[in-house]
Design a protein around this ligand. Structure first.
Ligand code: NAD
Length: 333
């Protein structure tokens, strides 16, 4: 991004709030930003810094930072925030975050961007990118495990990747599935609430997006040819699928370092079932350096841990669009 300061150090900073993010940034913008940054990560043009994520001992919250530098796109910054499980009861989303962008030439603060809508769209874009590149072309049934705030975003983005004819869903509290049923009704697709094993038996593509700490899907339940996008596990100790299932699948991720430490692969690694060489960054598939799915019978699994560069790519795109549309607030520091 261009330098934003004058010679005597006055900084012209941009603020894009959540409302403007919703107005200017859509699913296809998020898909393009995330696919491009995954490709840059795989070619070495962009890298993430180590994640900090801590239980703060207050409100049962997890708080931290995800940051990185995209040298190709000249985007530097961080997303600060986390997960407050009690928020929903107070009418707030449990995920709360804000993105800060800095001028890579000077280190000066360039923009503050609301991170909640961006997080939902960039996380949905990651699983959508995995479906676009790894799912069977003839996938017809989408399985959704989890029905929290992210789930409807995940569902909408996934439905754009294949000609799905039906959605099956499971949630810890079945009443929460109304969110997915309503989304399906809006797009005229049948929705069925099912048990987990039945979901696995029907689905050609499965997205898991929960806060679970134990396996919800077992290896023996999954049909040959299924693509799984495991999106909920983004912290040490969380888990959504059986480690044996991870070990038996062809594995892809946003970033290997995160996959083996805070992602779904952490359990298969700890159990000695896989090593990190068995996990391929999805950017290699996007760049054409890895074939991706090898056959119609193969089970593919995308371990979507959520990287800071996704947030930065989305935020940089939002800033540009908000400025172009005259919707960004500018302040001078
Ligand atoms: P949410 O609080 O709105 O919903 C949580 C979901 O998890 C609900 O479906 C709930 O029923 C389910 N759940 C909670 N405990 C469970 C358990 N023990 N077993 C099974 N299901 C359980 O949260 P959200 O905003 O929808 O986010 C869902 C998860 O996705 C969170 O854990 C969050 O950390 C993760 N997440 C990951 C990324 C990423 O980039 N990978 C991005 C955003 C959110």
């Amino acid at each position: 991004m261009a330098s934003n300061s004058t010679w005597h150090g006055v900084v012209n900073m941009i603020i894009v709030n959540e409302t403007v993010c919703r107005e200017v940034f859509n699913r296809s913008d998020a898909f393009a930003a995330v696919e491009a940054v995954f490709a840059s990560m795989a070619s070495g043009g962009a890298y993430n810094f180590p994640v900090i994520r801590e239980a703060i001992g207050h409100q049962d919250a997890l708080y931290g930072f995800k940051s990185g530098f995209d040298r190709d796109g000249l985007v530097l910054g961080l997303k600060s925030g986390g997960y407050w499980p009690g928020n929903a009861a107070n009418g707030l989303t449990n995920h709360q975050s804000t993105v800060f962008l800095f001028d890579p030439d000077s280190g000066q603060l360039e923009a503050i961007v609301g991170g909640n809508h961006l997080t939902a769209l960039r996380t949905a874009a990651a699983s959508a990118v995995s479906i676009a590149h790894l799912a069977r072309e003839d996938a017809k049934v989408l399985g959704m495990v989890g029905a929290g705030h992210q789930s409807a975003f995940q569902l909408r983005a996934a439905l754009e990747q294949r000609e799905f004819e039906k959605v099956v869903g499971w949630n810890l509290h079945p009443e929460g599935l109304s969110r997915l049923a309503e989304t399906c009704a809006e797009v005229n697709l049948p929705f069925e609430s099912v048990e987990r094993q039945n979901l696995a038996q029907q689905a050609d593509v499965i997205i898991s997006i929960t806060s679970a700490h134990e396996a919800l899907l077992m290896k023996d339940w999954i049909k040959p040819g299924t693509h799984l996008a495991c999106m909920g596990t983004d912290t040490r100790g969380k888990q959504e699928v059986d480690a044996e299932l991870v070990a038996s699948a062809k594995l892809f991720t946003d970033e290997v370092t995160q996959s083996i430490s805070i992602g779904e692969a952490q359990h298969a690694i700890t159990a000695g079932l896989i090593d990190q060489e068995s996990i391929t960054p999805i950017g290699q598939v996007i760049n054409g350096n890895h074939p991706g799915r090898g056959s119609d019978d193969e089970i593919t699994l995308f371990d979507g841990t959520g990287v800071g560069l996704q947030d930065l790519a989305a935020a940089a795109a939002v800033v540009k669009m908000a400025v172009d549309q005259g919707k960004a607030q500018q302040i001078t520091l």
